[in-house]
Design a protein around this ligand. Sequence first.
Ligand code: MTE
Length: 379
Amino acid sequence: MLNRRQWLKAWSAGLTALPGAAQSGLVFPGKRSMLVHNDFPEDLETPVEYFDTWITPNASFFVRQHLPRPKVDAGSYRLEVAGMAASPLKLSLDEMRKLPQYKVPATLECAGNGRSNFRPRMPGLQWKKGAIGNAVWSGPRVADLLKKAAVSANAKYGNFDGADAGVAKTPDFVRSIPMGKLMHEATILALEMNGEPLPEIHGFPARLIVPGWDGASWVKWVNKITLSGQPDGGFYFATAYRYPSRPVSPGGTPKPEEMEVIEGMAVKSFFARPDDEAKVKPGLVKLQGVAWAGEQRIVRVDISSDGGGKWMPAKLASEDFPFAWRLWTFDWRPGRPGRHILMSRATDSAGRVQPVESAWNPSGYLWNAIDRIAVVVEG
Ligand code: MTE
């Protein structure tokens, strides 16, 4: 974990995410006790035992930011829609609230979630399972804003910038989203998260919701959308958050032209309860977890207690909305005391099945291997 002084030092060296174990114990305003990867700017992981509700409360929701969080004044805030548009806009928060508002339940996951599992290890935050959460987001549709600005038919991207600014060697955070996804009815600029005004740490007053896509696309503190024929050429779109187009041997370095932008997310599931290495009483053991698949739907989750020989269906226990995760449960009756390895494996509507191994890639993105926990049944 980095403190403020160490982070500033890392900044000037051009490094903002050094590997290190998360710590617990520090408490941040508005948050439950989280796993702290960095305390400035805050990178906070949700402990896996908090994942027992379909909605992740704002107080438990993970946090990831590359730059110090800006404080945006609601009164003077304006959202600018500029570039390839016949009627560029400058909208106040009140004007944005007066547009039709839509509610979108959607899961947000950082592309680096699970990075700590890859071998060999790579730099970057060593997330375990908890850089993910599910919330109901509400606000105007991006499509409505773009139509209001009379977006040109030749615009191909919306380049989204937030109020956080680049500092020293850490550049500004700008992301480009292709027009097809921007015009989707579930792509909104959220002003609310779980029925509350967007918390400052999650992007107040407005953040982009790109359902089913990786967290880096979900720009926080959005204050400018530039409509363009080109994607942004800056570091956070042209270089970061890219995945090799062909398999890479562990430790290898693909060519820059082989790296593709991450969009939709992988199929995955994991155990939320019991904890890895938990001791449980003999008899009925309630297993519980989450599963999601980006732009696809979860169709099944299977559990194995014999190392993957036999798979038994878990119960999909929660609401079923596109882009939102499912909770699952499984009643397990261990046949003997001692240590057992349990596995969970999700399958989605596109026929993708959670793999035994997750493909190594240089930045450690999209970890989705079959989840495994050890449980000790007392004698
Ligand atoms: N938006 C801005 N402006 N700056 C950032 O650093 N981080 C992105 C995204 N939006 C980021 C941002 C990344 S990498 C992730 S995973 C999500 O925000 C995390 O959102 P959260 O902190 O609300 O969980």
